[in-house]
Design a protein around this ligand. Structure first.
Ligand code: FES
Length: 172
């Protein structure tokens, strides 16, 4: 807080505390009430806080291309889950088909098949592994794409997302 209040942009900063009196708590309804066309919202912090801000913004009509966020971490990944459906990946450039078992991520299956996709967080939050989907329906499990971007089903994060269809065709 000292660094913020001592910074050159201190006049533009406001501090709100959950455990202080009600009068200084953040009022999301008031803060986000007017999503003017040139206004962008950037949010970062604990997941509960980010969800509260982003849910409120969407409710108040903020378009998804003006909401910017980055999660510090995702919820811990579940242990290998034998209840997951297996599916196939087809690599559009070579025509190769790579099976993804119930206990593998798409990235793990691709690595096992010798296919290199850059990764960083492997939690669905950084976007490094973003891959174009040419056919099939992804099962989005990331925190990186907006709901609108996920609904388009033309890209997904293979480090955490899976498939709802039996086959996904990727631009690889
Ligand atoms: S590696 Fe970060 S989203 Fe996939």
């Amino acid at each position: 807080m000292e660094r913020i209040t001592g910074s050159p942009w201190a006049d533009s900063a406001r501090c709100h505390f959950d455990d202080a009196d009600q009068a200084q708590r953040i009022d999301l309804d008031a803060l986000l009430a007017d999503p003017q066309p040139d206004l962008h919202l950037y949010v970062c912090g604990p997941q509960g806080f980010m969800s509260a801000v982003l849910d409120k913004a969407r409710l108040l009509g903020w378009p998804s291309d003006r909401l910017h966020y980055e999660y510090f971490s995702a919820a811990p990944a579940p242990a290998a889950n034998h209840d997951e459906a297996s599916f196939d990946i087809r690599l559009a450039r070579s025509g190769r088909v790579v099976p993804v078992s119930a206990t593998q991520t798409v990235i793990q299956a691709l690595v096992a098949a010798g296919v290199d996709v850059p990764v960083s967080c492997e939690q669905g939050i950084c976007g490094t592994c973003l891959t174009r989907v040419l056919d099939g329906e992804p099962d989005h499990r990331d925190l990186f794409l907006s709901p609108d971007e996920q609904a388009r089903n033309d890209q997904f994060l293979p480090c955490c997302s899976r498939a709802k269809s039996r086959m996904l065709v990727l631009d690889l």
